[in-house]
Design a protein around this ligand. Structure first.
Ligand SMILES: Nc1ncnc2c1ncn2[C@@H]1O[C@H](COP(=O)(O)OP(=O)(O)O)[C@@H](O)[C@H]1O
Ligand SMILES: [Mg+2]
Length: 230
C-alpha cells in the first residue's frame, strides 16, 4: 500500500476578496522507500503543498491518504498526533531552540511522544551520530555553523523514526558545500530505507532524488524517468 496518496488536491486562498486557486488537482502517490523531489519556481505552490502533506494545513478539496487512511475528517489534535508519530520535518530555517544544546533540541520530539528521559538522551545521541555530530552534542545552536544546525534539525526530524521525512528547501539557507553535505545525509537515509519528499527550486538539489516532479502555477507535472539516484 502506498505511504502517501494525494487525489485531486486543490487549495484556494482568499487574496483581496477573491479566492485564488493555488493548488490545482494535484495527484501524487509515494511508496515506502521513495525519494522524491518536487521542483518549482518561487510562488508555484511548493510550500502550500508540503504544508498539506505535513498536516500543517488542510486542502480545500480532494483527498489525502496517509498509509491508506483518509485524513479528511481529523481534528487539530488528531493531525498533531499524526505529525508527531509519523512525519519528520526539515525546513529552510532550522528552527532550533537557541537555549537548548544540540542533544536537547534533538530529544524534544521524544518528550512530546512520552519517551522516558534515559531513552530520549540515547536516541538523540544516536540520531546526532547519524548526521556526524557526535562531537558537538552539547553545543548550543549559536556555536554551530548553518550546515551543522541543519544537521541537528535533520537529527531532530529522524529521531522519532518517521514514516515520511518532509523537507522544504533544506539547502536553501546554505552554501554549496554545506548543501551537498546535507544531500549526502539524505542519500544515506534513503539507502537505509527512509521515505523522503523534498521540495526545492534548485536543479542540482532536485537531481539528488530518485524521482522528480515539477510544479508550475499549482499544477504538478509528471514524473521524469526514474534515475535511481545517479
Ligand atoms: N496564507 C496565504 N494567503 C494567501 N495567499 C497565499 C498564502 N500562502 C501562500 N499564498 C500564495 O500562494 C502561492 C503559492 O505560495 P507558496 O506555496 O508559498 O509557493 P512556493 O513555496 O512555491 O514559493 C503564492 O502566490 C502565494 O502568494
Ligand atoms: Mg516555499
Amino acid at each position: 500500500m502506498p505511504i502517501l496518496q494525494l487525489k485531486n488536491i486543490c487549495k484556494d486562498y482568499i487574496q483581496g476578496k477573491e479566492p485564488v486557486r493555488v493548488l490545482k488537482n494535484v495527484n501524487l502517490t509515494m511508496e515506502r522507500g521513495d525519494y522524491v523531489a518536487i521542483m518549482g519556481p518561487s510562488g508555484s505552490g511548493k510550500t502550500t503543498l508540503l504544508n498539506i502533506i505535513g498536516c500543517l494545513d488542510v486542502p480545500t478539496s480532494g483527498e489525502y491518504l496517509l498509509d491508506g487512511k483518509s485524513l479528511r475528517d481529523l481534528d487539530d489534535d488528531a493531525l498533531a498526533e499524526i505529525r508527531n508519530r509519523h512525519l519528520g520535518f526539515v525546513f529552510q530555517s532550522f528552527y532550533l531552540l537557541p537555549k537548548l544544546t544540540a542533544l536537547d533540541n534533538v530529544a524534544l520530539p521524544l518528550l512530546y511522544a512520552d519517551v522516558p528521559l534515559k531513552q530520549r538522551r540515547e536516541r538523540a545521541a544516536e540520531a546526532l551520530k547519524a548526521v556526524g555530530l557526535e562531537e558537538r552534542m552539547l553545543f548550543l545552536p549559536n556555536q554551530l555553523s548553518g550546515g551543522q544546525c541543519q544537521r541537528v534539525a535533520i537529527a531532530r526530524a529522524i529521531v522519532t523514526k518517521p514514516d515520511l521525512l518532509l523537507a522544504d528547501e533544506p539547502t536553501g539557507a546554505l552554501d554549496t558545500r554545506a548543501g551537498s553535505q546535507i544531500m549526502d545525509i539524505f542519500r544515506r537515509l534513503s539507502q537505509e530505507g527512509m521515505t523522503i519528499l523534498m521540495i526545492t527550486h534548485e536543479q542540482a538539489i532536485a537531481d539528488c532524488a530518485h524521482k522528480l516532479y515539477h510544479i508550475l502555477d499549482g499544477e504538478l507535472h509528471g514524473e521524469e524517468a526514474d534515475t535511481h539516484g545517479i
